[in-house]
Design a binder for this molecule. Structure first.
Ligand code: ZN
Ligand code: ZN
Length: 406
């Protein structure tokens, strides 16, 4: 028997280094993970360099690599992927930006880059989308809310360039920057002008918007300016189904990852950071009934790594372990468990340390590894592979590859 479907579970930032507060164990080593350990016992393990040894992968470039889209060829910046993840239909050539709402005081100074952690920007985002008019430049905009204070902007039109700076001053107590071209081209100059006009018009719309008047009246910070950054031109992605011969979905509460999935042609199944993990697992299981492939990204381990919180990271990994129990009884599914990069608590950032990998399903070999962590998996039968090899290996295990030669 050979499994015919693939579940790719990516625990964001799972890998780590020895943590003093965990007796020099990694959070994975210190955690009690009966379900992941069982997958390791029933499958074949290894470690993986998401892009290449020594390369500190971002979540975006890593996910592209793991899905079989070499980032060196496909990656055009975070903005367009984030925009796709917020639900904007990004077409090749469109310029995408990450955006966030912030608060300006009466003198135009940024006083809170998260607008008092505003939680729902649906109404003001719609007001911006409907109210900002850039047609005199021949440019159409899309603007969609993300989670919390986040949002995304796209520009569509002729003569646009991603080579523009940000208006985000990245700190409080200063006025937002004027957006400037980052190269000598006419397109960059034109795009910077368009962006500044977007900021002018959106700020005017936000100034006396009822949502902001109500926030002020209630003593909350108004969301009265949009800061945009991460400009990138939407690339051309060969559809996942054509490339790999598999229909697929992406289940990811992070807009960036959902956007990567939908950019390569996976169906984006909306889940949110507030969606309980076991709920997300149920959604994944039901997607696997309908599709050949599901990418499931679990957030938060990465955040704990960035915050240097080793104990919390360990406890979160235990929560993930408990939530994935239903995956153990999936039949006909080749399950791959890995991270997109390591986020060691000791450095509070991504590192190039390879991530531990399990592949388990009918047809896959079974090695002698019995626990899921960086060190145990390094002794596994998969040895050390590149992220770009993951899809070919999984496709081979479900009999979807063709013979090379006679
Ligand atoms: Zn990541
Ligand atoms: Zn990270």
């Amino acid at each position: 028997m050979t499994a015919s479907k693939i579940l790719l579970l990516i625990i964001d930032g799972v890998g780590d280094r020895p943590c003093a507060c965990l007796g020099n164990k990694t959070p994975l080593q210190a955690a009690s993970l009966p379900n992941l350990d069982r997958l390791a016992r029933e499958g074949i393990c290894g470690i993986m360099d998401p892009i290449a040894p020594g390369i500190r992968a971002g979540s975006d470039t890593s996910h592209l690599s793991l899905l079989g889209y070499p980032p060196q060829k496909y990656y055009t910046g975070r903005g367009p992927l984030e925009a796709a993840g917020c639900g904007i239909k990004m077409e090749p050539g469109m310029i995408g930006f990450r955006a966030n709402y912030a608060t300006l005081d009466d003198n135009g100074m940024v006083i809170d880059r998260r607008a008092g952690r505003i939680s729902d920007t649906t109404e003001i985002s719609a007001a911006i989308k409907n109210g900002v008019d850039l047609l005199k430049y021949g440019v159409k905009i899309e603007f969609k809310p993300g989670t919390g204070h986040r949002a995304a902007l796209s520009l569509k039109g002729k003569g646009l360039s991603p080579a523009v700076s940000t208006n985000d001053p990245k700190k409080n107590g200063v006025i937002p920057h004027v957006i400037v071209p980052e190269d000598e081209s006419e397109a960059a100059k034109f795009t910077a002008e368009v962006c500044n006009e977007f900021v002018r018009q959106s700020t005017a719309i936000l100034k006396n918007h009822p949502v902001n008047l109500a926030r002020k009246a209630g003593g909350e910070m108004p969301a009265n300016v949009v800061l945009i950054r991460g400009a990138g031109e939407m690339g051309v992605y060969e559809p996942f189904e054509e490339k790999h011969g598999l229909s697929g979905s992406v289940v990811a509460s992070a807009a960036l990852i959902a956007g990567i999935g939908s950019s390569v042609g996976l169906e984006r199944i909306p889940v949110f950071p507030t969606t309980p993990l076991d709920e997300q697992v149920k959604i994944v299981c039901s997607e696997l009934q309908k599709k050949d492939f599901v990418l499931f990204n679990v957030k938060n381990a990465d955040e704990y790594g960035h915050d240097g919180k080793a104990v919390e990271k360990k406890e979160f990994l235990e929560e993930v372990d408990a939530a994935i129990l239903p995956f153990l009884s999936l039949s006909d599914v080749m399950i791959a468990v890995c991270g997109d990069h390591s986020t060691p608590c000791s450095i509070k950032d991504h590192s190039a340390d390879p991530v531990p990998l399990i592949i388990r399903g009918d047809g896959a070999r079974i090695d002698s590894v019995t626990s899921y962590d960086e060190i145990s998996c390094a002794a596994g039968g998969m040895c050390r592979i590149l992220g770009g090899s993951l899809m070919p290996i999984l496709l081979d295990l479900i009999d979807k590859t063709h013979k090379y030669g006679a």
